[in-house]
Design a protein around this ligand. Structure first.
Ligand SMILES: O=C(O)c1ccccc1NCC(=O)[C@H](O)[C@H](O)COP(=O)(O)O
Length: 263
């Protein structure tokens, strides 16, 4: 059993329990449910440097990264740094996140928020909407084509954008469809944790032009961004590189400033 199999098996149990505890009607009646969303894809299209900075306390591949700051402080620091959006990990068991993190981030900033989660059920998309997300992540490795279609269309019906994550050509070919907004290539193999920017470089040419391309994971230098931009990437999801520093917001700011002054 890989770590991804374990995460998904736990997630199925978690979703079943939560459905019993918090009915859909409660999510639909929440104050944020009817609120306007912010478009991440537009921000990435219009921004010179499309950084999506992640709030990540820990991960299966790295134990504790940062507990010095509250999620609000991190989110405000990222917004002040000029990021295009913020990714908030909401999985508790493996990443130390929660839906409250999303809620507190929403209360602190007015830029697009991605619910970074292992989404397997429409219920989690309702949760995302009720806690202030603008974008959801769908992971091709854990979903069938039919599920991707149903979940992405459901997200759109709630006004949420969809970032589809792939890791190889097979997943990409299975998943490409009009109801996606952005396609992200995860440079991390979620089964082995091996990381390499080659995945983004190799897959770029196969991603249809109508989708914003996002490179995810293992990005730790401005040189990497400049190289990935040459492959057509407009979004760059960065977690560990910022979160492992003393102050993630300041780290994101100096990273973005360094990119802006590069010729
Ligand atoms: O980060 C992990 O170890 C991980 C393990 C298993 C499933 C997902 C995992 N991470 C989620 C992510 O996709 C990353 O947090 C995100 O892309 C940022 O990556 P990084 O910049 O390398 O922190």
């Amino acid at each position: 059993m890989t770590i991804l199999d374990k995460i998904i098996s736990d997630k199925k149990r978690e979703v079943t329990l939560k459905k019993q505890l918090i009915p859909v009607s409660q999510l639909e009646n929440s104050a944020l449910f009817g609120s306007q969303t912010h478009s991440l894809s537009k921000n990435l299209r219009n921004n010179l440097v499309g950084i999506i900075a992640e709030h990540k306390r820990r991960s299966p591949s790295k134990s504790l990264m940062n507990n010095n700051f509250s999620v609000e402080e991190v989110a405000i620091g990222y917004q002040n740094a000029g990021v295009s959006g913020i990714s908030v990990l909401t999985d508790g068991k493996y990443f130390g996140g929660s839906l409250d993190d999303l809620l507190f981030a929403r209360a602190s900033v007015n830029i697009p928020l991605l619910r970074k989660e292992f989404i397997i059920d429409e219920y989690q998309i309702l949760e995302a909407k009720a806690h202030g997300a603008d974008v959801i992540l769908l992971i091709a490795a854990i979903l069938t084509r039919t599920e991707i279609k149903q979940l992405s269309e459901f997200a759109h019906s709630l006004g949420l954008e969809v970032l589809l994550e792939v890791h190889n050509r097979k997943e990409l070919d299975k998943a490409v469809m009009p109801s996606l907004d952005m396609i992200g290539v995860n440079n991390r193999n979620l089964k082995t944790f091996e990381v390499g920017l080659e995945y983004s470089k190799e897959l770029a040419q196969h991603i249809p032009d109508e989708f914003i391309k996002v490179s995810e994971s293992g990005i730790s230098s401005t040189e990497a961004i400049i190289e990935l931009q040459q492959f057509g990437y407009q979004g760059f999801l960065i977690g560990e590189h910022f979160m492992k520093t003393e102050n993630p917001g300041i780290a994101a700011k100096s990273f973005i400033n360094a990119l802006l002054i590069k010729p």
